[in-house]
Ligand binder design. Structure first.
Ligand code: AGV
Ligand code: CA
Length: 324
């Protein structure tokens, strides 16, 4: 990357799932991206685990100066405890245990307050990538709507527009995606805010299951970086093989939008609304009375897999080189 090509400034707000951690790793492989801050939403994880894994990846990438802010806003519909506990494995594997975590830039305030501070003071518009529930940013936009002008675009893994959702709960009709369901009001507030929103819903991610062929392809790269990614994904394969439990490249697709050529995916734009009450809380549906939103509706799965595999091929030094 030459100095003439400006990097895209990105705030990465994730909720600590295994694919969230993989998505942070993916972001750190991208030479065209500059991570300005990492926020953690305590949703599909326990936040201590998400913090440790995030700090270790930043150390690995030589980016210990990046601020990391842990959130304390919680939605009304918690993730199952087994899912929240699963990502502890991310910092328990030998490659990760060997990396030290540096706590110098862990923020003393919760993520939503750090976001207000960052957006109030930044002189360049920032892209916000969110791979968990939208609670932090929705809180900010509701109380400080003028800060929407500091945001170039929000890329959010969430929602299920023209396909069924992945929530299977006794009081739910199955129409919602989990990130949208965890905090339905935040989803509503995000969709109805003034930011330019590109959703990456299940409509697009359904084409990208983490199956054996994908893992086999990644294993062929046979490098330290591809093995780290492969080990993390291997830990997701114990899920029960029903739709609600299959692992997909959910957050990975949303993150890849930062680097994928536009011809690899299609975008739809319609008025969308969000249900906030049972039994369809978190349902993101087409509605004439809704707000104009864009979403990734289809992907060229082969090209996405090739892109992700290429990004994760190479030595761990690739992460430090991407920073330059
Ligand atoms: O709905 C997809 C979102 C993504 O942000 N998360 C996982 C990804 O990080 C929730 C989720 C749905 N099904 C799951 C999930 C499963 N089987 N295990 C863990 N999390
Ligand atoms: Ca996630």
């Amino acid at each position: 990357m030459t100095s003439a090509q400006a990097k895209t400034p990105v705030i990465f707000d994730h909720d600590g799932g295994i694919d969230d951690i993989l998505s942070l790793l993916l972001t750190l492989t991208m030479p065209q991206v500059e991570v300005k801050g990492v926020c953690i939403t305590p949703a599909d994880c326990y936040p201590d685990d998400a913090l440790i894994s995030s700090l270790k990846l930043l150390t690995l990438a030589g980016q210990t100066e990046v601020p990391v802010a842990v959130g304390n806003l919680v939605g009304p519909n918690p993730f199952p405890p087994e899912w929240r506990a699963q990502p502890r494995v991310c910092h328990a594997m030998p490659q990760m245990l060997r990396i030290e975590e540096c706590r110098d830039n862990v923020q003393p305030v919760p993520a939503h307050e750090w976001l207000v501070d960052y957006l109030s003071h930044c002189t360049q518009k920032v892209t916000v990538v969110m791979t968990g529930p939208a609670s932090n940013l929705a809180w900010v936009l509701k109380r400080h709507p003028q800060l929407a002008s500091k945001i170039e675009q929000v890329i959010w893994m969430g929602g299920a527009v023209e396909v069924k959702g992945n929530v299977a709960m006794h009081d739910h009709d199955g129409s919602a995606e989990w990130n949208a369901y965890w905090d339905p009001q935040a989803t509503y507030d995000l969709v109805h805010s003034d930011v330019s929103l590109l959703m990456v819903p299940l409509d697009a991610t359904n084409a990208l299951p983490v199956d054996r062929a994908f893992l086999q392809n990644l294993a062929k790269a046979d490098t330290a970086l591809s093995d780290l990614a492969g080990q993390l994904w291997a830990a997701t394969t114990t899920a029960i093989p029903a739709y609600e439990f299959t692992y997909f490249l959910w957050d990975i697709l949303a993150t890849s939008i930062l680097g994928l050529p536009a011809e690899c995916y299609s975008v739809k734009e319609r008025l969308l609304s969000v249900q906030t009450t049972t039994p369809s809380a978190g349902h993101t549906c087409i509605d004439d009375k809704g707000s104009l939103v864009r979403w990734v509706s289809e992907v060229d799965a082969q090209q996405v897999i090739e892109y992700v595999t290429e990004q994760f091929s190479g030595s761990l030094d690739k992460l430090k080189l991407a920073k330059c």
